[in-house]
Design a protein. Sequence first.
Length: 125
Amino acid sequence: MMSKTVNVVWVALMVTGAVFTYAMKDGAGRAADRVMALRADIAREKEQLTVLKAEWSVLDQPARLQSLVARYGSYLNLQPLDVRQLASIADVPAKPPTPDAGLDTMRTATIPKAPSSVAQSGIQP
């Protein structure tokens, strides 16, 4: 009787091992298929990027841009760039705030006042 129980346990372990091995093999196959699909997608994206770069280099050629300027310059009111037009950010004056009366009163009504201890310590609210 004991040998039959041991044999049944061994058969059950072998079946369990076979099922587990098959499940792992199937999972590995699915993962390999996904890797192949991702590699194909990457190759397709690289090819598309190459095509877009080539298209950009054609569209960005100075001779082509100059012919477009000549064709549509008067319609778009394009003017040649003057060196005196170039400036830095520091040269641009700051725009003064234009308070809206309705929004300004709403803002002051909703902003809480800082406690006196914070105001005395010099910490900005």
